[in-house]
Design a protein around this ligand. Sequence first.
Ligand code: ADP
Ligand code: GLC
Length: 487
Amino acid sequence: MSKVLFVSSEAYPLIKTGGLGDVAGSLPLALSALGEETHLLLPAYPQVKQQLANTKQLASSRYYGLEVSLLETHLPESKVPVWLVDCPAAYDRPGGPYLDNNGQPWHDNALRFALFCKVAVDIALAKLDLQWQPDVVHCNDWQTGLIPALLHPYKERPATLFTIHNLAYQGLFDHQTFLDLALPSALWHPDYLEFYGQLSFIKGGLVFADRINAVSPTYAREILQAEFGNGIDGLLRHRQDRLSGILNGIDQTVWNPATDPHLAANYDSTTLARKGENKTALQQQLGLPVNEKVPLIGMVSRLVEQKGLDIILAGMAEMVKRPLQLVILGSGDVHYELQLIEWASRHPDKLHVVIGYNEALSHQIEAGSDLFLMPSTFEPCGLNQLYSLRYATLPIVRNVGGLADSVTDTNTITLASKSANGFVITEHSTQAMLTTIKRALRHYENSKVWRQLQRTAMAADFSWQRSAAQYIALYQQALRDRDQHTP
Ligand code: ADP
Ligand code: GLC
């Protein structure tokens, strides 16, 4: 069993903006349950500190001239230790972890996450006198990318794993920032951190980690091609022998329709009829016509290009003509928010849009909808389709990334084999999305078939058990790779 330092810029329920938060709030628990000695490292944002009463100071030091303390606490209702990098000058401000209240990236994000990485490196090299040194440092996304790069020169270092949750976010900054961060000058090279004249945080992970993985097998293959490679596919092809894919799991306690405290009525696969009560409650709550028969399509998403907003908006005129209701919860790019609000104001009986972040409503939409829409252009894993399957809400998804690895399209063959659990859009176009929605609505008319699809969806096992075991095997592989390649 290994000692694992799990480094993430967000973790549910302490702080979350998307799926990374869900993963970092649940995978460490699954790893611990399997015997790995896991510590989670997180910046001490104000939202995090507010939720935690008892923190203990373990160490203090200065980074970039700023006072930094390391605080110890636990993930709520668990024994997994959380170490918080407390640097008020970097993290204690109103706003999100990455963006200010106007939706703009913090001007000092490079410094905020370089500092975070430096603390992780000092823990990894046992420089903070904590009486604990990890065997493996598990890094997640660009905010942690400098860790493998900074650890690489050390002979006695832990192995490193870098997990790609989303290659589209790379942490790019100008050359002056590289100089300001006082990073080793040798790293300014196209083979290392330089990316077309810019500093790339993510390259630190992709170039230097002993092992790299993406959050689904299909995405791990897709990012080797230019179409999904975000300009960095050449490097990934070069490191292909170190790259694999592991599908995310879900927290089955937080996302369980049988016990979910946010629902009007709890249900499981033997009491599926009760799911309808959640639909009625949702329609009432949002002021939509209450009608059990009309198919209700839900969507909970960051409102960004990745999530297929362009084809949804282009198809809206058609959708509002159909006998259906659409509920969208999300926040993100202002131009998408405004267009959605405009459509909703013109068709209040068809479309309800809630702009903002709302945990309870996200659960209520999962439970109250018949179908869940996710026409992403790319999707490294996607968690909402997994939640939807568990809530017997059939997902309508693009055949990309983790969506392709979790949703099986409904057709004669998959119906006969009882493997169908949703509806797959085979190309990124409004027409293809509308055709698939139409097909889903046809199946909705047949209540016997629909029940079978729902039962298959609910029976799928996306718990962390299997994926956490795959991560443990990957840690072992990373340790072997480190030993083979360290001079
Ligand atoms: P991504 O990480 O790309 O945003 P995922 O499907 O992996 O996509 O995860 C998104 C997570 O964030 C899910 O848990 C989803 O329920 C949640 N989420 C996204 N937008 C909102 C919102 N507006 N309100 C509440 N939860 C949201
Ligand atoms: C990213 C991806 C999403 C994935 C999540 C957690 O935000 O966009 O597909 O599920 O990370 O790994």
